[in-house]
Write a protein that binds this ligand. Structure first.
Ligand SMILES: C[S@@+](CC[C@H](N)C(=O)[O-])C[C@H]1O[C@@H](n2cnc3c(N)ncnc32)[C@H](O)[C@@H]1O
Length: 288
């Protein structure tokens, strides 16, 4: 059985279990992939390089600023990059789940080899004082701190339902000052292809909504939104797209040839090839 099918089957079984048990097993399995922290730090460093480029190009200065991170994930890596390189004040990081652990926080802390930041207990987590962690909080309903210069997310929005993406942005639009900014790094490709090279990065676009909903679960939800759909949500809320970049696929590449073998579902026929293929979307939103 191809590995993506085995994984889907496994997630399906987990999703049938009581919520607590399903998540317990999911966490245990995820932990296996946490062994190689250095590769995670390298991946986050690459994202930080992208964020830095966007900040510099748009004259956004973060010294002593406060930041909100949407979707903390499993490791507090990006906050360390912002603290060390941008000299920010505090990062308030929110997650609908509670994925941090003291073991993983310690591992990140040690990897960065910092001696000037101590770890303090806050909400049961030993974190440096520049990171304020708010687990089990949907950003849509969370009480966000005031005086935030930058709201950012890394590989979060593709896992959020379109209606909720709109709600998040309506909230941010209402609460943020006109001097603050939002940056999202979005990965719109089929995540199953990362661990199964037999799949195209666009494989999931061959399914109807109902078919895809029968395949995915709460553990691997992906909204499959294409670039124009994200742009429509952001502009509808009122944001100005101040910076946008995305990967384009060369027609002589293996990725393109694999894509061409697919029969893309009717739902995506309204988009051009470039819009469908747009990968690694990096976007800066400002209040006009
Ligand atoms: C794929 S992970 C990415 C985590 C981290 N940003 C990273 O780069 O490793 C997406 C995270 O977003 C969180 N998330 C999804 N929807 C959310 C919401 N509405 N509010 C807060 N966090 C959310 C998930 O719980 C998950 O931890």
């Amino acid at each position: 059985m191809p590995s993506h099918k085995a994984k889907t089957l496994f997630f399906k079984l987990l999703a049938m279990m009581p919520n607590k048990l399903g998540y317990f097993i999911y966490h245990k399995i995820q932990e296996k992939s946490f062994k190689n922290i250095e590769s995670r730090i390298t991946a986050n460093q690459n994202s930080y390089t992208v964020l830095k480029k966007i900040l510099r190009k748009n004259n956004i200065e973060l010294i002593d600023a406060n930041l909100v991170e949407i979707g903390s994930g499993w490791f507090p890596i990006m906050p360390y990059f912002f603290k060390i390189n941008e000299k920010v004040d505090t990062i308030f990081t929110f997650d609908i789940n509670k994925h941090y652990s003291n073991k993983r926080i310690r591992a990140v802390h040690d990897s960065f080899g910092i001696t000037d930041y101590d770890l303090f207990i806050s909400n049961g987590f030993r974190l440096p004082s520049f990171i304020k962690y708010f687990p089990k909080q949907n950003i849509i309903n969370a009480k966000l701190p005031k005086n935030i210069k930058l709201y950012y997310s890394r590989f979060v929005l593709e896992h959020v339902e379109p209606n909720d993406i709109e709600k998040i942005h309506k909230k941010l639009f209402k609460e943020m000052s006109s001097k603050s900014a939002i940056i999202h790094l979005i990965s719109p490709s089929d995540h199953r292809a990362y661990s199964d090279s037999s799949l195209s990065y666009y494989d999931f676009l061959k399914y109807s909504k109902a078919e895809w909903n029968r395949i995915q679960t709460k553990f691997d939800y992906h909204n499959r939104l294409r670039l124009p759909q994200y742009l429509e949500i952001f502009t509808k809320v009122g944001f100005k797209i101040a910076f946008l970049e995305y990967d384009k696929v060369q027609t002589d590449s293996h990725k393109y040839k694999e894509f061409k073998k697919l029969t893309i579902h009717q739902d995506y026929k309204q988009f051009s090839e470039e819009e469908i293929l747009a990968g690694s979307i990096n976007i800066l939103l400002l209040k006009p």
